[in-house]
Write a protein that binds this ligand. Sequence first.
Ligand code: AP5
Length: 219
Amino acid sequence: MNLVFFGPPGSGKGTQAKLLKNKFNIPHISLGDMLRDEVRAESEIGKRAGEIMNAGKLVPDELTIELTRERLKKPDCQQGFILDGFPRSLLQAEALEQILNDLQMKLDKVVYFQVDEDEVVGRLSGRRSCKKCGAVYHIKFNQPRVAGRCDNDGEMLCQRPDDAEAAIRTRFEVYARQTLPVLEGYRQANLLATVAAQGEIDDVFARVLAAINDGGHQA
Ligand code: AP5
């Protein structure tokens, strides 16, 4: 199954994608994670992207388009994939269509995580993640077994620089202005499956599974 996970910052795309990846054994392709890897590696892409990401803005389209093209070419995507955080602009949506055409693939569903902005601001300010393995926690809603330490490898958990208040505000503005307009095309193409992303993580996951199986309802 070839899926795009779409929704505002903090709507739970990454959390749900990790659950689905484990259930279906298909790769979770997170553009945010890939870009953070580039920043850590101090690559050319990372050097261009780091400050932009910390400020909560979108990195240049050509970088994310190339990263996505190269990742989707890898053999593990043949059985399906979960694309999380791409496309985020109309230009990226067009590029994705072209990439999939070139690779003779097509999207099965775009899962849209619908959630109140007030709720997600609280989620983002309480998010903590492991730099080593990428596991994501929340200080209230999704706690590690030992406070401040990753369950998988015991590493110290940290806060993402773009989860600071000013950057969160910018991310929501950018989402509303540049990303949300992308939804309309998917609605018209009858690909949209809307999931209410409020409530317990397991309950949201049950809704994701239902949406994937029956197409969910069009928003
Ligand atoms: P990215 O890392 O993709 O950030 P984002 O889209 O803002 O999404 P988040 O990771 O913040 O949230 P999420 O929806 O995955 O929520 P999560 O599951 O973590 O991108 C970062 C940056 O990279 C961008 O700002 C941009 O600069 C750049 N970038 C990436 N892609 C790009 C592109 N295509 N073009 C240009 N630039 C790009 O959950 C959040 C928290 O809530 C966690 O603590 C979690 O434990 C908790 N939580 C999850 N579900 C629930 C629940 N049901 N109830 C309570 N808490 C919950």
